[in-house]
Design a protein around this ligand. Structure first.
Ligand code: ATP
Ligand code: MG
Length: 655
């Protein structure tokens, strides 16, 4: 392997300052205020976070130690303080905001529900008491396997209230994945539903639990089942109980358990990789602070906002920006149960119009999919309530960014491109929208108190603009993961060993431009090595998507005798997939296009057209699978998440 840095070939010149309209109401409304925050954090990292923790969190017992590095890299924050997250997200708002809507819910079939803070408090307390009655105690693990309904959030808070550690498993995962996660966590109970509705189909959740438990999961004593989809289920006497029965007769108050700030709040298994799932462990105090500060800095949340993050609670985004962050700041959060295409591709915009959504946060995969459907859908709706747009999960291609900015935001709304990970707990690199100019495709600058940098193989700062390297974080931050559940060594090996315990290794490659802006270039594992030049996948993909006929693209490397690796591109076209002569002509055109856009070195050697790209359950492109296909190897990965098996044939070029 070469020691060369990762080269950048894509230069984006467009810059968008925040509009005066946005700035006039923003919490941080000038570059000056923002710079002051960043310099305060730089001056005294610990004191900066300590001060915020004091003012932003209601402590039952105040902390005296801000940061404890004695067990590094197992850092601990606010160690001797005591608090409860559910208290901070709900109880502390009851006096002033008891009748304010905490959660707005819309089911796929169009049913809606509003829960006030008072109602949410009662529901959480009743379930918390119900869990206690089932013998669930402080520190026990509870797996939550639910559709996107308010009860999923209620279940998370009920656990947090009594100190039980929840592990939410995405409702789209199979019985097998559920079983692995239950067993790794050693969970005592599962909270689930009969089924959820998505894309007009019922997902039989309880049946999957039964299957998982038939093959193991010996630690599970209780399954609490919410009636949601109305599909038939088997209930095992002594083990299974309907949610309505579990809360029947339970008091609607429940004293929160005051836990130490380092008490684990939840485990969350990461989405993409094969192999043994990694239980990312988050804590109580530092995590809460991370979600609060990012709700304020990044989303500029105000009392009147209707905040919609489209992520499922099965992902970290659904934890930090559905279940916890918006409630911790006393906001109103919208939850939608179903698919974005039911009854048609206008559903998201219809919801935005009807519920007067002001902040909309989604993933590039959704943006590209809706972009492919055409402008006529968003154009049918009044999107004037929206004031801020956000994106997370993958690098957003400049073309998709521009579409989002123009067609959805009508050039009024700033876009916050937020880089972070399950491991980081909260957003790390993102524009502060009233203060930082945005550039399409860049997540801009690290937030105050986040010491992100790009370094070379030896761990030295790259320094030179537009030279790529490893994305690292050089100082601990409160919301960081504490360890991998039951596997401290894997935590150290995965995140800390590369730079001898000095820096947190994110696993992504990135570059900084002359203004210090960060540009994500793809995963380190996916870096292409073409004739000794190391290229990130992101830039070649963005160049392809910039062509008017291309909707989505993924590139991988395949071995090449002369160049080391050759670039293999999978391309999805707007409209019908090209075949024969059209495919040949378009292949030639796209190769020339990429050569012209970013240079001959990045010209794809092979281009294959398909109707779709393989995605993980969280909507990310499975480049590992594409690499296997490009090399003509046998597929050993789990492909059960693919929308249709035929796509594999297409990707192989056999259909
Ligand atoms: P696994 O770790 O199991 O492979 P995953 O990394 O996809 O799963 P997440 O923690 O949800 O799971 O995703 C974090 C990753 O997503 C980041 O490391 C980065 O590669 C990508 N990512 C997230 N947000 C952005 C963004 N705004 N720009 C670029 N990449 C992003
Ligand atoms: Mg990851």
């Amino acid at each position: 392997m070469t020691q060369e840095n990762i080269e950048s070939v894509l230069i984006e010149k467009r810059v968008f300052p925040p509009s005066d309209e946005f700035r006039s109401r923003a919490r941080i409304a000038s570059k000056k205020d923002y710079d002051k925050l960043r310099s305060d954090a730089n001056k005294d990292h610990e004191a900066f976070w300590g001060e915020l923790a004091k003012t932003e969190i209601d402590w039952h017992k105040p902390f005296t130690t801000t940061l404890d590095s004695s067990r590094a890299p197992h850092f601990a924050w606010f160690t001797d303080g005591e608090l409860n997250v559910s208290y901070n997200c709900i109880d502390r708002h009851l006096k002033d905001k008891g009748d304010k809507t905490a959660i707005v819910f819309e089911g796929e079939k169009g049913d809606t529900r509003h829960l006030t803070y008072k109602e949410l408090h009662q529901e959480v307390c009743r379930l918390a008491n119900g869990l206690k009655a089932k013998g669930i105690a402080n520190g026990d693990r509870v797996v939550i396997y639910m559709p996107m309904v308010p009860e999923a959030v209620i279940a998370m808070h009920a656990c947090a209230r009594i100190g039980a550690i929840h592990s939410v498993v995405f409702g789209g995962f199979s019985a097998e994945s559920l079983k692995d996660r239950i067993e790794d966590a050693g969970a005592k109970a599962v909270i689930t539903a009969d089924g959820g509705t998505r894309g007009g189909k019922v997902v039989a959740l309880k049946a999957a639990c039964d299957e998982a438990l038939d093959h193991g999961c010996k630690t599970i004593k209780t399954i609490i089942v919410l009636k949601r989809a109305g599909n038939a289920v088997n209930m095992k006497t002594g083990r299974d109980v309907w949610w309505s029965d579990a809360v029947k007769g339970q008091a609607d108050t429940c004293d929160p358990v005051w836990n130490n700030a380092e008490h684990p709040l939840f485990l969350l298994y990461t989405s993409g990789s094969t192999g043994k799932p990694k239980g990312i462990q988050h804590c109580t105090g530092g995590y809460l602070l991370g979600t609060i500060m990012t709700m304020k800095w990044v989303f500029d949340i105000q009392d009147s906002d209707i905040f919609w993050c489209t992520a499922d609670v099965g992902w970290v985004t659904g934890h930090s920006y559905v279940a916890y962050g918006p409630l911790a700041v006393g906001g109103t959060v919208l939850m939608y149960e179903g698919a974005p295409t039911v009854p048609d591709a206008g559903r998201f915009w219809d919801i935005c119009e009807r519920h007067k959504v002001t902040i909309f946060y989604t993933a590039p995969t959704a943006i590209r999919a809706l972009m492919k459907m055409g402008e006529e859908y968003p154009n049918k709706y009044d999107l004037s309530s929206i004031r801020l747009l956000g994106t997370v999960g993958e690098p957003i291609n400049p073309e998709a960014w521009m579409w989002y900015y123009q067609v959805i935001g009508k050039e009024r709304c700033p876009i916050v491109d937020t880089w972070w990970q399950t491991e980081t707990g909260a957003i790390m690199i993102s524009p502060v929208p009233g203060a930082v100019d945005t550039k399409p495709g860049s997540c801009t600058l690290p937030l105050p108190g986040i010491a992100a940098d790009v370094v070379d193989e030896e761990g030295n700062s790259i320094g030179t603009p537009d030279k790529g390297g490893y994305l690292v974080v050089k100082k601990p931050w409160p919301a960081m993961l504490r360890t991998i559940w039951n596997d401290d060594q894997r935590y150290i090996d995965t995140y800390w060993s590369k730079f001898n315990g000095r820096y947190y290794l994110a696993g992504d490659s990135a570059r900084q431009d002359k203004d210090g802006y960060f540009w994500m270039m793809g995963r380190i594992d996916d870096v292409l090595n073409i004739s000794g030049h190391r290229l990130g996948t992101m830039e070649v993909e963005s160049a392809l998507v910039a062509h008017e006929r291309v909707a989505e693209a993924a590139v991988v490397g395949r071995p090449d005798d002369i160049k080391g690796e050759a670039i293999f591109a999978y391309v999805v076209i707007k409209g019908k997939r090209p075949v024969d002569g059209d495919a040949e002509a378009l292949t030639r055109e796209l190769r020339e296009w990429v050569a012209k856009e970013i240079g001959p070195i990045a010209k794809p050697d092979d281009i294959r057209f398909s109707d779709n790209l393989p995605k993980t359950r969280s909507g990310k492109i499975m480049r590992r699978l594409l690499r296997v296909i490009a090399r003509g190897e046998e597929i050993t990965q789990d492909t059960s998440t693919l929308e249709n098996e035929d796509i594999i044939k297409q990707l192989r070029g056999q259909a």
